[in-house]
Design a binder for this molecule. Structure first.
Ligand code: DC
Length: 210
C-alpha cells in the first residue's frame, strides 16, 4: 500500500504521517528531508545553489540512502543540519532544479516502489506515486500555519508577521515552479486542518483508508 500526503509547509503532514505510519505499520519518509540533505551537501561543497550545470554534474557521483529512517548522502547523515536557516532559505532553489527533482524521484521509486509506505511532500500524489492507493492533500490557513510554527519555536519566535510572510513566500515558490509544483492531485482527498487537532486528522485518514 502506498499513501501519498501532500500539502504546503506547516500543514502538519510530517507529524500526521508519522502517526499514521506507526498505526498502520507502514514505512514513513519525509521527502522534504531528502531535498534538504542534498541542499546541505551542495552548500558544503561551495557550489552556487543556482549553478544548475555544476549541480547536475555532482549528481552523477551522489548516492542517496535511507537507514533507520535517516537520509544519507554519499554515506553522510546531514539530519542535524537540515533545519538550519541557510538550508531552509536555499532548498526552494535546489528543489526547483529539474535534474534534482528527477534524481530524487528516481531514488524514491527505486527505494520504496515495492514497500508499504506513507510519504509526505509536495508532488508525491502527482509525480512520485501517481498511482498511490490513497492520496491526501492537507491544507490550513497561512495564519494557522504561522501560529503552529511560532508555537514550535517557543521563545525563539521573534516575529509572527515575519514567519507568516516566509510561509507565504514558500507557498508561492512551491506552487509556481515549472516542474513538480505543489498542487492537489485530482483524486486526492482534501483535508483542511485549520480547525482540527492532529488526532482528528489522523483519525480521518485512517477512516478513509479502512
Ligand atoms: O517539507 P519541507 O519544508 O521540509 O520541504 C523542504 C523543501 O523541499 C520545500 O522547499 C519544498 C521542497 N519539496 C519538494 O519540492 N518536493 C517534495 N516532494 C518535498 C519537498
Amino acid at each position: 500500500m502506498v499513501v501519498a500526503v501532500d500539502g504546503p509547509a506547516g500543514a502538519g503532514k510530517s507529524s500526521i504521517a508519522k502517526i499514521v505510519a506507526s498505526k498502520l505499520d507502514l514505512e514513513y519518509i519525509d521527502s522534504g528531508a531528502i531535498y534538504r540533505s542534498l541542499t546541505k551537501k551542495i552548500l558544503d561543497s561551495g557550489l552556487k545553489i543556482d549553478d544548475y550545470t555544476a549541480i547536475e554534474t555532482i549528481l552523477t557521483t551522489t548516492e542517496l540512502n535511507i537507514v533507520n529512517k535517516k537520509v544519507f548522502v554519499n554515506g553522510l547523515d546531514y539530519s542535524l543540519f537540515i533545519r538550519e536557516k541557510d538550508v531552509t532559505d536555499a532548498v526552494p532553489v535546489v528543489s526547483a532544479n529539474p535534474p534534482v527533482r528527477s534524481f530524487v524521484n528516481g531514488f524514491l521509486n527505486k527505494f520504496f516502489g515495492d514497500k508499504p509506505v506513507i510519504m509526505d511532500g509536495r508532488d508525491i500524489g502527482t509525480e512520485v506515486f501517481p498511482n498511490a492507493d490513497y492520496k491526501f492533500y492537507l491544507d490550513a490557513s497561512v495564519e494557522e500555519r504561522a501560529r503552529r510554527r511560532c508555537d514550535e519555536l517557543g521563545t525563539k519566535c521573534q516575529s509572527f508577521e515575519e514567519i507568516k510572510s516566509s510561509i507565504s513566500k514558500r507557498d508561492y515558490n512551491d506552487m509556481n515552479r515549472q516542474i513538480g509544483p505543489l498542487k492537489k492531485a485530482d483524486d486526492a482527498i482534501y483535508i483542511d486542518t485549520t480547525q482540527l487537532s492532529i488526532d482528528e486528522v489522523v483519525n480521518k485518514i485512517i477512516e478513509c483508508i479502512k
